[in-house]
Design a protein around this ligand. Structure first.
Ligand code: FMN
Length: 169
C-alpha cells in the first residue's frame, strides 16, 4: 500500500459502500491509538440520502460534497478527555487510510470551529440534526465512497524537505 497514492476525493460514483467495508472501516476506527488508551471517540454512520443532504449544509463552505455521496462517518469526541482532538484526528486518519486500503475515496470535512451559512455553530447544527448528546464534540465528518475522480499521486515536488530538521533545528 503506497500512501502517496492516497488523495482526497470529493466526487463519488452513484454506488453504495458495501456493509462489510463499512464494518471493516469501523473495526479500524475503534482501535485507533488514543491518549492513555481512553478511546474518547464515537462514530455515527450516515447513509440516509436526506440526512446526508442536511449534513452538506453543516458549514458555510467545503461540505457540499456530502450531498450525493453514499456514506459519511461523523467523528465524535468526549470533551472530558484532554486528548479528544488528537484522538479523533487520528481516528479520522485511520478511517481515511482504511477506506483507501479498501479501494474507496474519502474526504475530511472539518466541523469543529466552523459555522453554517446562517451563522449557527456547525457542531450545534449537527448535534441537533442527529440527536447527539451535549458532552460529545463533533470534530469532523469523513465522507466516503467509490471515487469518480482521477487525481495524480503525490510526488517529490509535493514534499518540502526544508521542513525536516535533523538533530538540531
Ligand atoms: C483538518 C482537515 C480539514 C479538512 N477540511 C476539509 C473540508 O472541510 N472540506 C474539504 O473539501 N476538504 C477538507 N480537507 C481536505 C484537504 O483539503 C486535503 O486533505 C488537502 O487539500 C490535501 O489533499 P490530499 O488529501 O489529496 O493530499 C481537510 C483536511 C484536513 C486534514
Amino acid at each position: 500500500m503506497d500512501f502517496l497514492n492516497r488523495r482526497t476525493v470529493r466526487r463519488y460514483q452513484d454506488k453504495k459502500v458495501e456493509k462489510i467495508k463499512i464494518h471493516e472501516i469501523l473495526r479500524t476506527a475503534l482501535v485507533s491509538p488514543s491518549g492513555k488508551n481512553t478511546k474518547p471517540y464515537e462514530f455515527l454512520v450516515v447513509e440516509d440520502e436526506a440526512t446526508l443532504k442536511k449534513l452538506s449544509h453543516s458549514k458555510q463552505m467545503g461540505a457540499t460534497l456530502i450531498d450525493g455521496s453514499p456514506l459519511s462517518i461523523v467523528v465524535l469526541g468526549n470533551e472530558n478527555s484532554t486528548t479528544w482532538v488528537e484522538d479523533c484526528s487520528i481516528a479520522c486518519t485511520m478511517i481515511q487510510l482504511k477506506a483507501f486500503d479498501l479501494g474507496l475515496g474519502s474526504c475530511w470535512v472539518q466541523i469543529k470551529e466552523r459555522k453554517t451559512s446562517a451563522g449557527t455553530d456547525s457542531e450545534e447544527y449537527i448535534r441537533n440534526l442527529l440527536g447527539i448528546p451535549g458532552y460529545l464534540r463533533v470534530l469532523a465528518i469523513i465522507s466516503i465512497g467509490y471515487s469518480d475522480e482521477i487525481k495524480p499521486s503525490h510526488s517529490e515536488s509535493d514534499m518540502d524537505f526544508s521542513k525536516v530538521h535533523y538533530e538540531n533545528y
